[in-house]
Ligand binder design. Sequence first.
Ligand SMILES: Cc1cc2nc3c(=O)[nH]c(=O)nc-3n(C[C@H](O)[C@H](O)[C@H](O)COP(=O)(O)OP(=O)(O)OC[C@H]3O[C@@H](n4cnc5c(N)ncnc54)[C@H](O)[C@@H]3O)c2cc1C
Length: 418
Amino acid sequence: MKSQRIVVVGGGVVGAFCAWYLQKSGHQVTIVEAKKFGSGCSHANCGYVCPSHVLPLTAPGVIAKTMRAMLRPNSPFSIRPRFSWDLWRWLANFALRCNHRGMMDAAPTIHQLLQSSLSLYEQVLREEKLEVQWERRGLLFVYQNHHHFEAYHDVDKLISEQFGVSAVAYPGEAVRELEPALKSGLAGGWHYPGDCHLRPDLLMRQLRGLLERSGVKIVENAEVTDMQRRGSRAEAVLTSAGEFAADQFVFATGAWTPLLQQALGFRVPIEPGKGYSITTTLPPVVPKIPLILEEHSVAITPFHDGYRIGSTMEFAGYDSRMNPQRLELLRSGARLYLDEPYTDQVQEEWYGWRPMTWDGKPVVDRTPSMANTWIAAGHNMLGLSMAPATGKLLAELINDEVPHINPQPLSLRRLGIV
Ligand SMILES: Cc1cc2nc3c(=O)[nH]c(=O)nc-3n(C[C@H](O)[C@H](O)[C@H](O)COP(=O)(O)OP(=O)(O)OC[C@H]3O[C@@H](n4cnc5c(N)ncnc54)[C@H](O)[C@@H]3O)c2cc1C
């Protein structure tokens, strides 16, 4: 196979793994990043690599549940009302899929991406000796409410029967025996022992080193604004730091992808789903297992040298303000489940824009506008968990190899782009 010059636009976890698998297969890769490598949504997310998250958000009953939650003054979900045809179209398409069929349409592909990524992580971390605070302690979904705890039984049964991913139930005080950092009096928890976690900023630093050692060039502070074309092919990306010519182009631009309409020639329907995290020093009693505090949608991740509380989901466009109320929601949620919920020594307060598609699946496809331009974006709440398989799949498609995952459900066509 002939070695090609490939430009990957976007230095997040998805762009990094695309670059890795492309370079490994013999190409000369350059990453072109608008800001700093790893500074986007891949920086301070919760760090879960979680095959348990097979089911997309588009589940039966989600609309009613979300509406009820949004009526609460301090809901973790919020939609800032604004006149945006793109947002309302996105919401309508999302709502249409909130049923068993919509959920089960996306789940098999998500499952394949999650399973493949987990084994690829284990392989890359082992073979390349990357230290990213990788742990396999599972993920514990914790419930305050007995009815909610019991109701999860049906979801566990479905995931277990359809995909072979099972949780262990810990009712009542048994959940505190499993995880003594929890308060007493909780309804119980479901533990997925196969889930893993890592420290995302460390992963991005280690990936940067790996890529540079293997010959990938990383150009920062170069925002792509347009493309130079000849016929049905792109010749170069035009950036704030000059032009970069190549044979193939990959856009791994996460939540920013729709803003590249001018360059791509069409708009990818991705909405930014804003989430927050707070990283503190380790509290006196540190949970051993990463936790999802279910009724408050708060995630807790213990690292070796820090401790993160994260989550919330806000559809507020590209709003880049830090909202102290959203951060307080994370703290107040954590206080309800943990005796030592956090410390006051804050290492970082952060927000990120999740690249949300209306069906929960990412896009990994060639563009209809240019034969040598590809998209790898829209990984929703699971970009860290799905990045290695995305990178491998994209390299297989560019190299014209048999793909290890069927790419058809990840097409642009399904989103109405032909
Ligand atoms: C609070 C929170 C918790 C999360 N927890 C988890 C978790 O536990 N597990 C999990 O799997 N996922 C999690 N996620 C989701 C995950 O973080 C994202 O899905 C993932 O980071 C997306 O990666 P990406 O590479 O597509 O995007 P990004 O990391 O956002 O990278 C895109 C890059 O493209 C660059 N870019 C954009 N436009 C241009 C341009 N015009 N020119 C050049 N460069 C450009 C940006 O600067 C950015 O660096 C979480 C998200 C949030 C907000």
